[in-house]
Design a protein around this ligand. Structure first.
Ligand code: FE2
Length: 292
């Protein structure tokens, strides 16, 4: 069936690890938005959640760096970060291996994605999961994007992955949610950490809401590094969401620059759960049938 929940949000480790360092009024707005998103996720009665996020040298290194990797595991352990740092206790998050294999198979029409039965989860998935599914009981299919090492997948390719995911999910019986978690501008692990480019961040969110493929996918890696720092490469997760929800309305629940978290705290919900649930275009279904 069509995707019934879709959202984008930040995953910066400071969100949980340095939660109280933000100004109280910023904290209030940001975490209220995440709480609202959680309430909407719960109303969507999901069977499984696909979490698209960035590689952070947790699973892969330069010896082998896939553009996209889908987690097929029965479960996923995370976070890899120490609890005193991230303030998230380690958990074993259930996987959704049948769904994950089906997604990999369906993506195979257009993408030769990597897959792994042993993906570990870091803050990229665990921060949004901690805030959206604190029980960690939701079956999760993680999808990791190379946002670290050149050559990275093009933004247009990430958009196409979103479209292919949309088609793959539409053939499945589960109620599936999609969370795409990545930073906007940020300069992690550099002396400029905490610097934000709020204007650039706003433009990315606006391009997502408008599904402005031309604008979003025309941004070069050189421009990203110049304007948004090395962490800006993580907008690939946002491009996946834009492709997966093309044509659907969305809503910014929060857009709050929070230097203490080293990101603009952005939470965006795409309105896909009602009558306008995200259906795959008929010509993208593998068997040629209309989505049900
Ligand atoms: Fe990240």
């Amino acid at each position: 069936m069509p995707i019934v929940f879709a959202a984008a949000a930040n995953h910066a480790p400071g969100i949980t690890g340095r939660r109280d360092n933000a100004f109280p009024e910023q904290r209030e707005v940001f975490f209220a938005a995440y709480a609202e998103l959680r309430a909407r996720l719960e109303r969507a009665r999901l069977d499984a959640l696909i979490v698209v996020t960035a590689e952070h040298w947790t699973n892969f290194f330069l010896s082998n760096m896939p553009a996209f990797c889908v987690g097929l595991g029965e479960s996923h352990v995370g976070p890899v970060e120490d609890e005193p740092f991230l303030k998230i206790p380690q958990a074993r998050v259930p996987g959704a291996p049948v769904l994950a294999r089906s997604v990999v198979d369906a993506l195979g029409e257009a993408f030769d994605v990597a897959f792994s039965e042993e993906l570990k989860l870091d803050h990229g998935a665990m921060v949004p999961l901690h805030l959206l599914v604190p029980s960690m009981a939701m079956p999760v299919v993680p999808i990791i994007i190379n946002c670290l090492a050149q050559p990275m997948p093009r933004l247009g390719r990430c958009w196409q992955l979103g479209q292919a995911l949309r088609a793959a999910c539409a053939t499945r019986p589960e109620r599936i949610g999609l969370v795409c978690a990545g930073g906007l501008s940020h300069w992690p692990a550099t002396p400029r950490s905490g610097k934000l480019n709020v204007e650039w961040d706003r433009a990315i969110v606006d391009a997502l809401l408008a599904h402005d493929r031309q604008r979003l996918c025309a941004i070069s890696d050189e421009e990203i590094v110049r304007d948004a720092g090395p962490g800006g490469h993580e907008i690939r997760a946002w491009a996946v969401l834009a492709g997966a929800t093309d044509g659907e309305d969305g809503e910014v629940l929060c857009f709050e620059p929070i230097p203490a978290y080293a990101v603009t705290g952005a939470v965006v919900d795409m309105h896909v759960g009602g009558a306008g649930a995200v259906a795959a275009p008929a010509d993208r279904l593998r068997d040629g049938s209309l989505p049900t």
